[in-house]
Each structure stands twice: as structure tokens, then as C-alpha cells.
Ligand binder design. Structure first.
Ligand SMILES: [Zn+2]
Length: 96
């Protein structure tokens, strides 16, 4: 059993190739994946990814647009969810 908590999970695909970094979005209440298009600072407690995460950009009813910097989610005003315009701490992943 692994009790280590982390805020970022490194994922590999079925070919064991790097797939991306998984983080939990408290606005969408689901996971978002930062793949190789982003640069990760390597800090699993206070992660920073360069560039914004934009999910469902063509659908305002499910759009999520954010930056993840130094372990904090910054949600932009065009998010559909209740955290639009807010900055919140990244939470630990619970992948059990
Ligand atoms: Zn989201």
C-alpha cells in the first residue's frame, strides 16, 4: 500500500511511453492531463506548467481555462464552473 500523496501523477500509455501529468481540477471535478505540449517544472508538490490548460474551448457550457503555477490553479473568467475567476490550491490526488 502506498500512502504517498502527490498532487501530480506521471502517466504512461500502454506502450510505456510518457503520456503526461495528471492533475485534479476542482472546478470540473475531474482530471486534466498536461501532456508533452507543456513544460513541467518537476515539482510534484508545487507544480508549474507553462501555458494555459484549455478544455472544451468550443463549448462555453463545459469550458475550463486555467493556469497551474506553483501549486495553485488560476481559473480564468471563461470557465463554466463555480471557480471561474478564482485561484485555489491544488489538492492531493486520490487514485486509490
Ligand atoms: Zn477543469
Amino acid at each position: 500500500m502506498n500512502n504517498d500523496m502527490a498532487k501530480v501523477q506521471k502517466l504512461h500509455n500502454q506502450s510505456d511511453e510518457f503520456a503526461g501529468y495528471l492533475v485534479f481540477c476542482p472546478g470540473c471535478e475531474c482530471y486534466h492531463l498536461f501532456d508533452s505540449r507543456w513544460t513541467f517544472n518537476g515539482d510534484f508538490e508545487k507544480p508549474t506548467f507553462d501555458g494555459s490548460m484549455l478544455v472544451n474551448k468550443d463549448d462555453p457550457t463545459s469550458r475550463c481555462h486555467s493556469f497551474l503555477t506553483n501549486g495553485e490553479w488560476q481559473f480564468l473568467q471563461d470557465c463554466f464552473h463555480h471557480l471561474a475567476g478564482q485561484t485555489v490550491d491544488l489538492v492531493d490526488l486520490d487514485l486509490s
